[in-house]
Ligand binder design. Structure first.
Ligand SMILES: Nc1ncnc2c1ncn2[C@@H]1O[C@H](COP(=O)(O)OP(=O)(O)O)[C@@H](O)[C@H]1O
Ligand SMILES: [Mg+2]
Length: 254
């Protein structure tokens, strides 16, 4: 079993045979402060993979390093086997990597429909961009509010709009930074359903979460980040049963 092999050799843990995204030994930080000390992870086409860890572990910095908002000082990031390590974010996004940051940036003064039209301008090449109408039809809640301004949406609706906006640019891989943070439990379930549906349609997802339950609900494989290092990798079953990892690195008792 791959899990047993992974436990024997940590370097091997979480290796992908056919990676869509491959992050290998990435070091990165801000100014003189190193935050990531050799992070490796990968996502295969069609997978949902989680990156979980406490506040300050370096989860957001990992996503920024992938997308190109932070430039790694060492290591590589490849997407579709192309080295994107030193590409700026606009270029990475053009390769169909959609990034929904923690702040869920929606344009408050624009309507739902207008937000999607703006999203349609960015992203991948013309062929892979998606019709805002088609994307909207997949988001039931938003479809009802297409004329509503971003500012008038609830936190959950803004999150869904931010995801929808990232998708109209065309996405093989969706990077989500704590999409359920601050949302009421029933809205968390709506976001979970949405992410699962998008994945059913073929979009791979790298899900950053502090909420381990959401990660376990959605993802098949998990990487645990602690102080800038991947300290554990495992399937949902393995992580769920590993009380030590849950307690020591994630601060949860199941
Ligand atoms: N823009 C920044 N400038 C300087 N330090 C930062 C910046 N963003 C994050 N950090 C620091 O990097 C570390 C990791 O932060 P972050 O990647 O945001 O963690 P997480 O997303 O897991 O909460 C923290 O110590 C944080 O203070
Ligand atoms: Mg963060």
């Amino acid at each position: 079993m791959s899990g047993e092999r992974a436990n024997e050799n940590r370097l091997d843990a979480g290796a992908c045979e056919d990676p869509l995204l491959d992050v290998s030994g990435v070091f990165a930080g801000y100014g003189g402060t190193e935050v990531l000390h050799g992070v490796s992870l990968c996502v295969q086409p069609g997978e949902i993979v989680s990156l979980v860890g406490r506040n300050g572990a370096g989860k957001t910095t990992t996503l920024r390093s992938i997308v190109g908002n932070v430039t790694p000082t060492a290591g590589t990031v490849t997407f579709h086997s192309e080295d994107v390590t030193h590409l700026p974010a606009e270029e990475t996004v053009r390769r169909n990597v959609a990034f929904v940051p923690e702040e869920r940036r929606v344009f408050p003064g624009l309507t739902v429909e207008e937000n999607l039209q703006v999203g349609h301008l960015g992203g991948g090449d013309t062929a892979t961009r998606r019709d805002p109408e088609e994307v909207l039809s997949e988001f039931e809640n938003l479809n009802d509010y297409r004329d509503r301004k971003g500012a008038a949406l609830s936190g959950g609706e803004q999150q869904m709009l931010a995801i929808a906006r990232a998708l109209v640019g065309g996405a093989d891989l969706l990077l989500l930074d704590e999409p359920t943070e601050g949302l009421a439990p029933y809205v968390v379930r709506q976001v979970e359903e949405l992410v699962a549906d998008l994945n059913d349609d073929g979009t791979a997802v790298l899900l950053v979460e502090q909420n381990v339950n959401v990660a376990l609900e959605l993802a098949d494989r998990h990487y645990v980040l602690d102080r800038g290092e991947i300290v554990y990798h495992g399937t949902s079953e393995q992580l769920q049963d590993n009380e030590e990892v849950l307690d020591r690195h994630l601060g949860v008792s199941m």
